[in-house]
Design a protein around this ligand. Structure first.
Ligand SMILES: Cc1cc2nc3c(=O)[nH]c(=O)nc-3n(C[C@H](O)[C@H](O)[C@H](O)COP(=O)(O)O)c2cc1C
Ligand SMILES: Nc1ncnc2c1ncn2[C@@H]1O[C@H](COP(=O)(O)OP(=O)(O)OP(=O)(O)O)[C@@H](O)[C@H]1O
Length: 279
């Protein structure tokens, strides 16, 4: 469940901050957080494009308080003005942690050297964090997810990719012709490539093994759907928000020329998922 430490911690108590967009809260971001002291905080600059950990979802991946600032409100600031703002916001600030490629201020013209010149406290610059020689960045993780390469995305995230959606009514076909599924409306999160995935589904804090289809139902009504089938369990009453955790991709979305062929394939997808959870 979402934590909201930032509302509980007084900004006056904060002595160190890490600054960045932090979409995904991936392995490299976590390296920055390790440099913070026990009165540390995360200053997340919201560009409006965060879709790995949108809006306030970043708080879930850290015990440090996260404070959000809207990029449009601060991007016009000169370097001195930005530092002044930080010192007003966090009057006891002693240390700032950023990555090697951090830029800030009007036209992004200030870099880590500028930060060291302008801030009178300690500045820690973290070297590029890589995974097997590949730099870890949110934009690369987004590419992996869009390509359906969930394993790679999870490796770079340092955790399993998770989306949150609202339960909605399906076509009512699943139960009758295929298997029962929970249909979801997902608005804020980046969706993996169309296809079928081994997943876990969290409903009211309870975790279920599942298999999830997402894409255009090209075999039935053609409409776009995110639907999850809970393995070995009948769930009748899922409502509200549920979470889907992506583990691995099974296959691409396919158009079948009969419902029977789709049904056989769905059973095969279920078997692959069951085997994965059995091992
Ligand atoms: C594991 C699984 C795999 C699926 N694969 C496909 C597929 O490859 N192509 C497709 O058109 N629909 C696929 N579907 C979606 C079915 O067409 C869908 O479940 C059916 O239309 C029922 O929809 P409903 O839940 O809205 O009633 C899949 C569903 C599941 C659960
Ligand atoms: N691979 C990395 N190694 C070290 N520091 C990093 C790395 N990636 C990001 N950072 C630092 O983390 C902070 C947050 O950066 P940012 O939100 O731009 O992450 P990102 O993964 O590079 O995102 P994007 O791909 O969208 O640019 C910044 O201070 C940035 O310099």
């Amino acid at each position: 469940m979402k934590k909201s430490y930032s509302t509980l911690v007084n900004k006056k108590d904060i002595t160190s901050i890490a600054i960045g967009g932090f979409d995904g809260m991936h392995i490299a971001h976590q390296q920055l957080f390790k440099q913070l002291d026990k009165n540390g905080a995360i200053v997340a600059i919201e560009s409006g494009y965060s879709n790995l950990t949108p809006k306030s979802f970043r708080q879930e991946y850290t015990n440090l308080p996260v404070y959000y600032y809207v990029l449009d409100n601060i991007k016009h600031l000169e370097g001195e003005e930005f530092i002044k703002l930080l010192k007003e916001e966090f009057p006891n600030l002693k240390k700032i942690v950023v990555g090697f490629d951090f830029c800030f201020g009007k036209n992004r013209k200030y870099n880590t050297t500028g930060l060291k010149n302008l801030f009178d406290g300690e500045v820690v610059v973290v070297d590029e964090v890589c995974n097997n020689k590949l730099a870890i960045h949110s934009r690369f993780i987004r590419d992996f997810i869009k390509q359906g390469d969930i394993k790679k995305a999870n490796e770079f995230l340092g955790k399993e990719y998770k989306i949150v959606g609202q339960v909605i009514k399906g076509q009512g076909l699943g139960k009758k012709s295929f298997v029962p599924t929970i249909n979801l409306l997902v608005e804020e999160f980046l969706l993996p490539k169309e296809g079928v995935y081994i997943t876990k589904t969290i409903i009211k804090d309870e975790i279920f093994n599942s298999v999830t289809f997402l894409g255009h139902r090209v075999t039935t009504d053609g409409s776009f759907a995110v639907e999850t089938h809970i393995l070995n369990k009948n769930i009748h009453n899922a409502i509200g928000k549920i979470q889907i955790i992506f583990i691995d991709k099974i296959r691409d979305n396919e158009k079948f020329n009969s419902f029977e062929k789709l049904k056989n394939q769905i059973n095969e997808d279920i078997n692959i998922s069951l085997k994965y959870f059995d091992k």
